[in-house]
Ligand binder design. Sequence first.
Ligand SMILES: [Zn+2]
Ligand SMILES: [Zn+2]
Length: 302
Amino acid sequence: MSAMSNSTIFTAPDTYIGIYNELSKYNVHLNIFERLWASWYAYMQNDVLATGIMSFVMHETVYFGRSLPWIIIGRIPYFHKYKIQGQKIPTVAEQWACAKLVLLSHFSVELPQIWLFHPLAKACGMDTGVPFPAWTTIAFQIAVFFVLEDAWHYWMHRAMHWGPLYKNIHKIHHQYSAPFGLAAEYASPIETMVLGFGTVFSPIIWALVTGNLHILTMYLWITCRLFQAIDAHSGYEFPWSLHHFLPFWAGAEHHDVHHEKFVGNYASSFRWWDYVMDTESGPEAAKRRREKKEKREAKKAQ
Ligand SMILES: [Zn+2]
Ligand SMILES: [Zn+2]
């Protein structure tokens, strides 16, 4: 439960800093992030706008902020040896064309949706006040959302590779057979909506079932999911990439093959769905499949 409602805090000063200082005097138990958060809602005097602006700015900052290091890495020859698809380095012009379409879709499709987020979150019983939940609660819930989103993504993405859906919707995302960070959200608005469902509705279902979710956890989850999606499209595989330490983590190696071969590796974050459903892509999986078939045939011949 929140200790106080964000909008009902006294608002004598009218600058953000003024509110922050005033609020800090009476709320010594809150940490700096909680004070900044509560001051923002008090300053805005409009929770829908406060949440809407905060989530949109967060999305843009994380999306372009996380893509930037990949753009820089692409210009540094030292890193070329880690590029999965050899020398297919995207040009600046290509990346700019991609960024323009992504921005257009953010402003036309995602902005209005983000605006609806506060009423939706409130209707589902999400907490927007202070203090924040414990970091262990946040981490556990984000882990659950990763698992749920991955399952949704696997089946919806697999469905999008069915002829008519591919031709009319998913083809746009496959324009780049050698992906790069910025291309993560390069997709038809319909695809953004359908796949975005898994990201947005996993927490919403969680909130409805458990009645225990803070909107901050939702933001941190979306940040993690953006990192995952951008890194999966980065086109780079390093000896220190996460899947070397967490073998079930998908990462760039997994999704790059999907863009190159167009079949298999449909999941977003983990490898288990493709493994269990036998839809793994790439030469290793093909070899395993061939060996399995040979074994079966040898058995039959006996
Ligand atoms: Zn695909
Ligand atoms: Zn992709």
